[in-house]
Write a protein that binds this ligand. Structure first.
Ligand SMILES: Nc1ncnc2c1ncn2[C@@H]1O[C@H](COP(=O)(O)OP(=O)(O)OP(=O)(O)O)[C@@H](O)[C@H]1O
Ligand SMILES: [Mg+2]
Length: 255
């Protein structure tokens, strides 16, 4: 998503963005010629090639740095590619960029394929039973699509989910349902009003048994900046899959 938005921004007068995927076999020669982070083996390659403004060598060297941006003040935070880099790294992949000023840019994301066998899937289904629960969870997330998915997944696991799209909504729901709410699942960074952390602090003061899990698209290092303590255990970085979410919730409730 961020890669596509960057490509759009690089083509203010229009152009072409070609998105493609391929299964590639990387050998030693490839590793030598390309990124130092490349490794041999079979990988999925997601490629985004735009016909935009391209980049000079200074930008090319710095583009993954957090807060590095060439966009005007208020337009870009410079966190986009730093986040993409972090996510890809966490999945055991790497990114290759080629670009020349005025010649467009190509970003290639390499990820190890999901080769889990059917047997492992069966095993997972078994474990999923242990992840179920019937507790009430308050989900605070300002991005509606994310909130809907979270609600959907947790409902599927048996939980009762209350959803709030803002701090104000969360306060109202808390006021009505604080007795039942066992866990707070909240976005850490919200654009307006009270932050997830402020709400969590307020609610846990009223109800010390309340469990809290923070979610954020940014890594803990970036999102946690300026906060006193944030236990790595009650932090879930986006994107997460169903199992990871259910596991964090179950562990949070049982902690
Ligand atoms: N496809 C592209 N074409 C040209 N320049 C790019 C492209 N993608 C990234 N860049 C350059 O890399 C810089 C960093 O990108 P990054 O996504 O990290 O931050 P941003 O887009 O400036 O801000 P944010 O993504 O946080 O809104 C951009 O400001 C731009 O100079
Ligand atoms: Mg960006």
């Amino acid at each position: 998503m961020n890669l596509a938005v960057n490509a759009r921004d690089a083509m203010p007068h229009g152009g072409q963005l070609l998105i493609s995927t391929a299964l590639v076999d990387i050998d030693a020669t490839y590793v030598e010629r390309h990124s130092v982070e490349a490794r041999g083996g079979r990988f999925v390659c997601l490629s985004l090639a735009d016909t935009g403004c391209g980049m000079d060598s200074v930008t090319l060297h710095r583009l993954f740095e957090p807060f590095f941006t060439t966009k005007e003040f208020g337009k870009g935070t410079g966190l986009g590619l730093a986040t993409v880099y972090g996510i890809v790294k966490q999945h055991g992949g790497w990114i290759e960029v080629s670009s020349q000023l005025g010649q467009g840019s190509t970003f290639k994301v390499f990820l190890p394929p999901d080769d889990r066998s059917d047997e492992r899937r069966g095993e997972r289904a078994f474990h999923e039973k242990a992840l179920r629960g019937t507790e009430t969870i308050l989900v605070i997330e300002d991005e509606s699509p994310v909130r809907w998915i979270v609600k959907d997944v947790l409902s599927k696991y048996g939980y009762h989910v209350l959803e709030a799209g803002s701090g104000v909504e969360a306060l109202a729901l808390w006021h009505q349902h604080h007795d039942e709410i066992a866990l707070l699942l909240t976005d850490l960074v919200m654009p307006v009003g009270l932050s997830g952390q402020e709400l969590a602090e307020q609610f846990t003061t009223q109800k010390p048994a309340l469990k809290v899990i923070y979610i954020s698209g940014y890594s803990l290092q970036v999102a946690g900046k300026g906060f006193s303590v944030l236990d790595g255990l009650n932090f879930l970085q986006k994107p997460f899959d169903d199992t990871k979410l259910a596991l964090a919730v179950r562990q949070g409730l049982d902690s």
